[in-house]
Design a protein around this ligand. Structure first.
Ligand code: URA
Length: 203
């Protein structure tokens, strides 16, 4: 068994917080173990809880559609996971304590998979990497954080309620192939100066 499989087995047996009492099963994540792209959402929804896989419900289908339109092959190129691995009851926001308890699993997944680009999907995922930002302001603006490129995007669940946000998600996802080719320069942590987003100019 690989280290990632062992970790996922550990997550499957986790009882560290109350979320496990109400969900059907933990949803550790799916995708190639050496994916260069990781997408991190908020937490499993009802469909994910039933099937044990992330992003297989309505917002996941929209994410997959927009990714495909942006030229990404999610099944083969992307490791999908969430900030919390168990479904919060009635899809409520995960509580700070639940996030704190679950985050070490994400940290270990990141260390084992070693992705170059982490797509933070929605506000909750973004807050873990870019705590002082607003998703509507920073989506599509990649940053170096701890040696990886963090690309925040609007959550597709939001775009289901506000379809006018779909083009922004698609356009932000289109940055990924270019991000994969970027090598670290002396810029250090923080904002890129070389990426020029069509709609969102660097400040
Ligand atoms: N499905 C997931 O797996 N994560 C989300 O954040 C939303 C839907």
């Amino acid at each position: 068994m690989t280290s990632l499989e062992l970790l996922h087995r550990e997550i499957a047996g986790c009882r560290l917080c109350v979320l496990r009492q109400r969900c059907r099963q933990p949803v550790p994540g799916t995708g190639p173990p050496s994916a260069r792209i990781m997408m991190v959402g908020e937490g499993p929804g009802e469909e994910e809880d039933k099937r044990g896989a992330p992003f297989v419900g309505p917002s996941g289908r929209l994410l997959r559609q927009l990714s495909q339109e942006a030229g990404l092959d999610i099944e083969h190129e992307v490791f999908l996971t969430n900030i919390v691995k168990c479904r919060p009851p009635n899809n409520r926001d995960p509580a700070p304590e639940e996030v704190r308890t679950c985050l070490p699993y994400l940290d270990r997944q990141i260390a084992l998979i070693n992705p170059k680009v982490i797509v933070a999907i929605g506000r909750h995922a973004m807050m873990q990497f870019l705590p002082d930002e607003g998703i509507l302001k920073v989506h599509g603006r990649p940053r170096w954080v701890n040696g990886r490129i963090i690309l925040p995007i609007i959550h597709p669940a939001g775009a289901m309620r506000n379809p006018e946000w779909k083009p922004a998600i698609r356009q932000d996802l289109r940055l990924i192939p270019r991000l994969l080719t970027i090598t670290r320069t002396s810029q250090g942590e923080g904002r890129f100066s070389i990426i020029k987003h069509k709609e969102h100019k660097e400040q």
